[in-house]
Design a protein around this ligand. Structure first.
Ligand code: AIR
Length: 185
């Protein structure tokens, strides 16, 4: 199995506007946590279409293996990237418009047959999942990244258990908390 022994970027993150960064940072945080090198760009399918085409077309040559594209409104960024490369493209719909991301969700997800974009949820949760999904794709050829992903899952599980204990502690001793449901009439 081939291992990613490189510090060159393997994920390319594009966003339609600098205003998308607070959402897309959720993706960069996950990639940093999983030690996956990435590049990051602002490029717009409508405002800088040639730049988007160049970044997408040259991706494979730069060593990129997965694209993550976040955009809001008439969000064509992920789809345009997918039109220019055969590398996997993950689309993050961003809730930056008066339609709160429903427009971006449909524009990103509803690709014509033959040119897929793997679309995640709208907003920060989606951006985070885009990072994890990119890592899962890369981990198919990288056993040590697979281990880091398993550690990440374990960490998620542990934080839910911690939250469970914290909520129970807050309700301990309060009327009704922990009371057994009466059965029968
Ligand atoms: N956008 C930029 N070019 C094409 C699109 N769809 C999106 C950005 C951002 C929204 O338009 O991704 O979410 C508003 O961008 P701005 O720069 O006006 O704040």
């Amino acid at each position: 199995m081939q291992t990613l022994m490189t510090t060159l970027p393997v994920v390319s993150i594009l966003m339609g506007s600098e205003n998308d960064l607070p959402v897309m940072e959720e993706c960069t945080k996950v990639l940093e946590q999983l030690k996956i090198p990435f590049e990051i760009h602002v490029a717009s399918a409508h405002r800088t279409p040639k730049r988007v085409a160049e970044l997408a077309t040259g991706g494979r040559e730069r060593g990129i293996r997965v694209f993550v594209a976040g955009a809001g409104g008439a969000a064509h960024l992920a789809g345009v990237i997918a039109a220019h490369t055969s590398l996997p493209v993950i689309g993050v719909p961003i809730d930056s418009s008066p339609l709160l991301g429903l427009d971006a969700l449909l524009a990103t997800a509803m690709m014509p047959g033959g040119v897929p974009v793997a679309t995640v949820a709208v907003g920060k949760g989606g951006a985070r999942n885009a990072g994890i999904l990119a890592a899962q794709i890369l981990a198919l050829g990288d056993a040590s990244l697979e281990r880091r992903l398993l550690d990440y899952r374990a960490f998620l599980g542990a934080s839910v258990e911690k939250a469970d204990n914290s909520v129970k502690a807050q309700y301990r001793g309060r009327a009704g908390a922990g009371a057994k449901r009466k059965t029968g009439a």
